[in-house]
Design a protein around this ligand. Structure first.
Ligand code: ATP
Ligand code: MG
Length: 683
């Protein structure tokens, strides 16, 4: 408990202890998977507190907000220091916090909106259509998503956009210049509308530190100690942030494992590790070799695939097992993806009957669609499962609609949110929505009224298509349905005759919402307003969708301001979102390998271990499968006790069935390192 001293002797091995008790100065902790890197950082924080460092002087950067919360609650347990006193979280999370506090000097208002991936994409699409409609129409040109990826990659690697475009599309001569123009226009549009995409949270953070000496000095002085987990997956911009913040005190401890770098496609550079060492010639290096997580069988397997084929020079670290020997990993061929799913399910049922808790079990895969069969089987059998990523909960239409309403309430100039809502109205497409919004902005400027108010201006309403009612009829709704859809909370004195009134109502609901007090109230208003009726009209399963939204109201209760809530909602999109709502669920976890980073599970199934799936076809074609190998390594090293490596011999996901070869990563491993299980036919 908090009053007894921490027993660094008993709870850490000598290698870990050396890092935990390290003297001031730059330090690099290099260690393989499961060797206690994250644990070491946690104890380091506890140790610093013991030395009299204040929690507010420590910056702890982790891969997910959840990881930070877990580490800090562990510190709280060790030291009694309440975890809210720390600065801990992801680069993006901390970035948005600092930008909200100090962004004014670089032109950001406090209520700026964070766009998620798809908002950013549609904004870019708008920009492209506007400034070069011929480009947008030509099917040979890259789509907005691809253009967006290139721009994002350039920003994350700090390279010029045209260079990236040249590399990827060498056969379209004018493309680099064109995309460069898109990037600039997109940039301008975001600043104009007080919008930030994910990359902005890092880029603008750097800009703020660079341009505002006062802020820079403030944070350089404030953060006496900086600790970074999973450093191998930082990109150039993140490395710059660390270097700038750590410049003065130089107490930067970074922790990483080259072999687990799996985000180079998003601009991560494991070379940052080596560069750190070069930049701070006086840095201490700490290595940890003992693995506490996995059984020797699992580690032998993992070691073999990396030691025999090291994908990266640098600091190779072989894992030494601490646990006693038990079973070998299982390799399980299945006829096809359905049989694979059925095997996993029946095995889980078996484990459950043996008394294993479902939350000890995780199923990992390369891409979400690979879990479709399994989701189906699990749903049929009634086994509870959680998909640890945004797709299931936060990507759903109704949740996104609700978030859009909150965003508009918080920032009336948020065009992405406005468009999303406007497009719920029949006969309002992207273009109409855009036109309405721009018109309203013009009127707002002309009449000096708020943009929200301007949206209800006659001139705007006149532009709303009137034929919406027919559309509703065509869709088979009754007049009553239509009235319900057009209606809204009782006592609302808006006429209900045509489309423009639904529109008015959307806007007036937003206005009322903006005037309400707590984020929870705002959210409740949004659900009780027109949207509740809208849902009832358009969704068959509106009841369960309503339940989703109600659970969000509970979630909103944890936040004091709208900005905080929205930041969470938007950032959660890219994280393990389901669990943040109900953390203690007894469920099987379904997760991509990327999302499973840093985590561990007693029993792990890795499915889809076939050529073309892992490694991906794209990687095989490019001749570089190193990152795929590291990804496989990450998946194998998540397992504590039992590991099932599954491959389907036939792919049946869409299109004609295709024969699949087992993954090269499986074929490489000698047979004595695993046990082959046969699946009964007739599954
Ligand atoms: P990854 O590379 O996957 O991020 P990691 O190096 O961060 O792994 P941790 O997650 O910190 O490893 O530790 C792996 C497991 O081993 C955890 O369950 C941790 O509690 C346990 N562990 C680490 N060190 C010790 C120790 N000295 N004594 C007992 N258990 C330990
Ligand atoms: Mg870790």
């Amino acid at each position: 408990d908090a009053f007894s001293p921490i027993d660094f002797e008993a709870e850490l091995n000598p290698e870990q202890r050396a890092a935990v008790l390290a003297p001031d100065g730059p330090a690099l902790v290099l260690a393989g998977a499961g060797s206690g890197k994250t644990r070491t950082l946690t104890y380091r924080v506890a140790y610093l507190l013991q030395q009299g460092v204040w929690p507010s002087q420590i910056l702890l950067l982790t891969f997910t907000n959840k990881a930070a919360r877990e580490m800090l609650s562990r510190v709280e347990e060790l030291t009694g220091m309440p975890s809210w006193k720390f600065w801990g979280g992801t680069f993006h999370g901390i970035g948005q916090r600092i930008l909200r506090m100090h962004g004014e000097s670089i032109g950001l208002e406090k209520n700026f909106t964070i766009m998620d991936q798809s908002d950013a994409e549609s904004l870019l699409g708008d920009v492209i259509r506007e400034i070069d409609s011929a480009f947008a129409k030509n099917k040979d040109n890259p789509k907005p998503k691809v253009v967006g990826d290139m721009i994002s990659y350039a920003r994350n690697t700090c390279r010029p956009v045209h260079e990236i475009v040249e590399e990827r599309y060498p056969w379209i001569e004018e493309l680099p210049v064109v995309v460069d123009g898109f990037a600039k226009a997109y940039e301008g549009r975001k600043r104009e509308r007080q919008l930030c995409d994910y990359d902005d949270l890092l880029e603008l953070w750097v800009k703020l530190l660079k341009e505002n000496e006062e802020v820079r000095t403030h944070f350089q002085d404030r953060f006496k100690y900086i600790l970074v987990d999973e450093y191998q997956d930082t990109n150039r911009v993140q490395a710059t942030i660390i270097n700038t913040l750590g410049e003065k005190n130089r107490n930067v401890m970074i922790v990483g494992d080259n072999w687990q770098c799996i985000y180079t496609w998003r601009g991560a550079e494991f070379e940052n590790m080596t560069e750190f060492a070069e930049q701070y010639p006086d840095r201490q290096i700490y290595k940890i070799e003992t693995n506490y997580r996995s059984t020797p069988g699992i580690l032998d397997f993992a070691n073999h695939m990396m030691v025999m084929h090291p994908p990266i020079d640098g600091y190779p670290l072989e894992l030494k097992a601490h646990k006693p020997n038990t079973v070998l990993p299982y390799v399980v061929p299945a006829m096809d993806t359905r049989q694979q799913a059925r095997y996993v399910m029946s095995r889980i049922e078996g484990l459950s009957q043996e008394g294993r808790s479902l939350k000890d079990i995780a199923v990992l895969y390369r891409a979400h669609y690979q879990a479709m069969d399994l989701q189906l089987e699990l749903s049929r059998s009634g086994l509870p499962f959680t998909i640890t990523s945004g797709v299931r909960f936060f990507e759903q239409a109704h949740v996104r609609d609700l978030v859009a309403q909150l965003r508009l309430a918080s920032n009336p100039r948020d065009i992405a949110a406005f468009n999303r809502l406007a497009m719920l109205l029949p006969r309002v497409g992207a273009r109409t929505a855009d036109r309405l919004f721009k018109l309203a902005e013009k009127i707002a400027a002309r009449d000096r009224i708020s943009p929200v108010l301007a949206l209800t201006h006659d001139e705007v309403l006149k532009k709303v298509p009137k034929d919406a009612l027919d559309d509703y009829r065509d869709m088979g709704f009754t007049v009553q349905d239509i009235e319900t859809a057009m209606g809204g909370p009782a006592g609302n004195a808006v006429e209900k005759e045509d489309q423009s009134d639904l529109f008015t109502e959307v806007v007036s609901d937003e206005k009322r919402a903006a005037e309400a007090k707590s984020p929870q109230e705002v959210m409740q208003l949004a659900i009780d307003g027109w949207y509740g009726d809208y849902m009832r009209t358009v969704f068959d399963n509106w009841q369960s969708r309503k339940d989703d939204l109600d659970s969000l109201v509970g979630f909103a209760g944890r936040y004091d301001t709208m900005e905080e809530l929205l930041a969470q909602l938007v950032l959660l999109n890219s994280e393990t979102s389901d669990r943040s709502i109900d953390p203690e669920q007894e469920t099987i976890k379904l997760t991509t390998i990327h999302q499973a980073k840093g985590l561990e599970y007693p029993i792990v199934f890795v499915i889809g271990l076939a050529e073309g799936l892992l490694p991906l076809k794209r990687a095989i074609e490019s001749g570089d499968t190193d990152e795929e190998r590291r990804l496989f390594y990450v998946s194998v090293t998540r397992a504590q006790d039992e590991l099932y490596l599954m491959f389907p011999k036939v792919s049946a996901s869409g299109g004609p069935p295709q024969l699949l070869e087992p993954s090269r990563f499986l074929r490489e491993v000698p047979e004595h390192l695993y046990e082959m299980l046969r699946v009964r036919t007739g599954w």
